[in-house]
Design a protein around this ligand. Structure first.
Ligand SMILES: [Mn+2]
Length: 317
């Protein structure tokens, strides 16, 4: 199985690993990530994580600490406050497209497979702030231009309903799949972030099933939260039953891509926190297999909510 997580989580509690703040960079953070038992991959942000270290230094560290790069995630800075692919300023919009292409090339150079695009600022806060159709078409044309140039590379669209904007242009599973239908390229998929789905009041397993049905399932960002915010808590810590249901559907649809933990340890030791997420995922998989896929199928067919509660109690006992 491929498990990956956020490099930036490993800046937490620096006193447990680093001698001083100056020591912290992409290479030393990779070294700290290698302490995590069961972690196989590292995900890097572009351009953020390539400022203090070169690609060859990062490659060397990955080899030394026996970790692979799963992919690259785009991070757009404050010049994109008015939008990335929908920015009314063509120079800034073109810069967003160029930066995305650079991220894909960096991903390829590091042996990664998937570049994840989250458009933080393509959205709106007020009525009459954007022309929705123009914004939609600009997003489609940018993604198509990018995707056509790198047909061998996977590009995944991560949706989030709000934050930092009040409304994201593409903020739910339906509009994300509609967007990819309009882009109409086979190398595009969707990344399902558990907290983002909860924020939109989606039931995560249903979103997974829809993405799988449309053959667009490309990435998981697993975590948990209390629905209103992107809390980034440990897997299964709040919505245990929904997490079990989500992983059941991952097994059902034979998902074998990356399992990435998009959690934000702040008061926790990030090494222990990541190990706990990996253990939880494996434990839930074991619970599902022990109960039996056929039995879960029967449970679903019965449509009996009291039986579902029995399933939950059988796990807890
Ligand atoms: Mn995420």
């Amino acid at each position: 199985m491929k498990f990956s997580t956020r490099l930036n989580s490993f800046k937490t509690k620096p006193e447990l690993f680093f001698k001083n703040e100056e020591e912290i960079n992409t290479v030393s953070l990779i070294k700290r990530m290698a302490e995590v038992e069961g972690l196989t991959h590292v995900e890097l942000n572009y351009p953020e994580h390539f400022q203090k270290n070169t690609i060859s230094e990062i490659n060397e560290a990955l080899e030394k600490y026996k970790l692979d790069v799963s992919g690259i995630a785009l991070r757009f800075n404050e010049i994109y406050n008015d939008g990335e692919f929908t920015n009314p300023n063509e120079t800034i919009r073109n810069k967003a497209i160029t930066t995305t292409k650079e991220a894909i090339e960096t991903c390829e150079e590091l042996g990664g497979s998937t570049t994840t695009i989250w458009l933080a600022n393509d959205g709106f806060d007020y009525s009459f702030q954007i022309d929705y159709e123009v914004a939609w078409d600009k997003t489609v044309s940018a993604l198509r231009e990018i995707g056509e140039q790198y047909p061998e590379m996977n590009i995944s669209f991560e949706y989030k309903p709000y934050q930092p904007r009040s409304f994201a242009l593409v903020g739910d599973i339906g509009s994300a799949l509609l967007l990819l239908d309009d882009v109409n390229l086979p190398n595009f998929g969707v990344t399902l972030d558990f907290c983002h789905m909860l924020m939109k009041k989606e039931n995560p397993a249903y979103s997974l099933a829809l993405a799988a049905k449309k053959n667009r399932l490309m990435g998981f960002h697993l975590n948990d939260g209390y629905k209103d915010n992107d809390d980034g808590l440990m897997l299964g810590s709040v919505h245990l039953l929904q997490t079990i249901e989500f992983i059941y559907y991952a097994i059902k649809y034979e998902y074998d891509a990356l399992i990435y933990f998009d959690t934000f340890p702040i008061r926790e030791d990030p090494v222990k926190e990541c190990e706990k997420n990996i253990k939880t995922y494996k434990k839930i998989e074991n619970i599902i297999h022990a109960y039996g896929l056929e039995n879960i199928k029967s449970l679903i067919l019965s449509k009996d909510a009291t039986e579902t509660q029995e399933f939950l109690y059988s796990i807890l006992s």
